[in-house]
Design a protein around this ligand. Structure first.
Ligand SMILES: Nc1nc2c(ncn2[C@@H]2O[C@H](COP(=O)(O)OP(=O)(O)OP(=O)(O)O)[C@@H](O)[C@H]2O)c(=O)[nH]1
Ligand SMILES: [Mg+2]
Length: 438
């Protein structure tokens, strides 16, 4: 996971603070040292790290806990608030019809991100299109075309035209009926005159709502220099940090961009088209601290029309049929273990659920479907009545092995049992659900 070390340090912090009635200077030193170490390991700039932890210490020692908060809760809150600020404060992303110009150096992930963004907006119900303005790299048009096909989004461009401004002008005529226009541009080794001229020209023609710089996370704190340069020369409106999945330096890239005042708007977390997250520091830190991230879950759940599913997972009340639906939908939402780590109180479940449940293969799912088609409605509603002779009948009817019927029943029972053991956090699961309007 992104910034794993910081997550560990924050959980340690909570543990250390939990045992104390009163938090003294010594504990505070220890806690901030853990946070420092974790941030430094994520390649965060040393100066920034010390500024942050000094602020945390100062506020923790000097500020009186607001009414209703214990000293311990207050300190946790200070750590949370300061980390959120550290990553750029509250995010402000408005999902609306817009024109987006992507820019960045060679291989930073522009073309991939263009596709990811298109899919993101498409899932929000908008009508995106892509324009291939990279006329520099061979086969850039074909690459985008392939991505467009994969996600079902039209791509405009002209592989035989070498003038990117001309490509943009012509493509915009075809893009009139689209809500979101996403423009891929060509990279360079460095932000040289040629690139500046090209982007400026695209900028004039497109008049974009967002000018987003794409930088890879493995640059770590070096990302700052790029963000600064592009900001000065081209006036970017935000940054997308890609490849957060493949490096321990994500913290450096995030915090150093935030320090320049450039907002990190999205992060890329994999090569697949759905591996893009809106970057919201509040959510990000609360997930690391372990409050869970119900909002992200719901956003994803909505995308696959599975809000109901999410509710049922949380309540632990479902029939076999709904169980099947859940695993089917969950497949579209990312791995089950990823989802669990987003729900408060559920991350501890991860170890208890059978591994198979986490990584059910498509093949298996199909078999489960056949098995269920061979069950009576009564059996689906109340799987407890399924005895050996019924298992035999179901296996015969579905063309599956008896052992596979048993496997489905076992998974169902285990998951229900595990869900029942959920221990809501201090604020109570129901409180959180209310908070997020479930
Ligand atoms: N693991 C991972 N790989 C990514 C991510 N984003 C992009 N990539 C990979 O990075 C490589 C370069 O991505 P592109 O999208 O082609 O980059 P680009 O900026 O368009 O490159 P040029 O057009 O050559 O300047 C590809 O192999 C992508 O699959 C990400 O978030 N995670
Ligand atoms: Mg490209």
């Amino acid at each position: 996971m992104v910034l794993e070390k910081l997550g560990e340090a924050l959980k340690n912090t909570l543990r250390k603070l939990a045992g104390k009635g009163f938090v003294d200077k010594e504990v505070l030193e220890e806690v901030t040292r853990d946070i420092q170490r974790a941030l430094l390991q994520s390649d965060v700039n040393v100066k920034l790290v010390f500024e942050l932890t000094n602020k945390i210490k100062k506020r923790a020692l000097e500020e009186k806990p607001p009414k209703g908060l214990t000293q311990r809760e207050h300190i946790i809150n200070v750590v949370y608030e300061e980390l959120v600020n550290f990553l750029g404060g509250k995010a402000s992303i408005v999902v609306k019809p817009s024109k987006i110009l992507l820019m960045g150096l060679f291989g930073s992930g522009k073309t991939t991100t263009a596709g990811k963004l298109a899919l993101f907006y498409k899932k929000k119900g908008l009508k995106p299109c892509l324009i291939a303005c990279d006329t520099f790299r061979p086969a850039a048009y074909e690459q985008l075309q392939q991505i467009g096909e994969q996600i079902g989004v039209p791509v405009f461009g002209d592989p035989n035209e070498s003038n990117s401004s001309k490509v943009l002008e012509d493509s915009l005529k075809k893009a009139r009926e689209y809500d979101v226009i996403i423009v891929d541009s060509s990279g360079r080794d460095a932000l040289n005159e040629e690139m500046i001229d090209e982007i400026k020209s695209l900028n004039r023609i497109l008049e974009p709502d967002e000018k987003l710089l794409v930088v890879p996370a493995d640059l770590g704190q070096q990302a700052e220099r790029q963000a600064k340069r592009f900001q000065e020369v081209l006036g970017i409106t935000g940054v997308i940090i890609t490849k957060m999945d493949g490096t321990a330096k994500g913290g450096g890239a995030l915090s150093s961009c935030a320090a320049t005042g450039a907002k990190v708007k999205f992060i890329g977390t994999g090569e697949k088209m759905d591996a893009l997250e809106l970057f919201d520091p509040e959510r990000f830190i609360s997930r690391l601290i372990g409050f869970g991230d119900l909002k992200t879950l719901l956003e994803k759940a909505k995308e696959v029309g599975a809000e109901e599913t999410a509710k049922k997972i949380i309540s632990g009340k479902y029939t076999l049929e709904e169980f099947y639906e859940q695993i089917e939908k969950i497949q579209g939402m990312g791995s089950f273990s990823q989802i669990l780590s987003m729900i408060p109180g559920l991350s501890s479940l991860k170890g208890r659920l059978p591994k198979d449940y986490m990584n059910l293969q498509e093949e298996k799912l199909k078999k489960f479907k056949y098995i269920m088609d061979s069950m009576t409605p009564e059996e689906k509603r109340n799987p407890d009545i399924i005895n050996s002779s019924r298992i035999k009948r179901i296996a015969n009817g579905s063309g599956c092995e008896e052992s596979e019927v048993r496997e489905l029943l076992k998974l169902y029972k285990q998951s229900k049992k595990a869900m029942k053991m959920i221990k809501p956090g201090k604020r109570g699961l129901s409180g959180l659900l209310k908070q997020f309007k479930i």
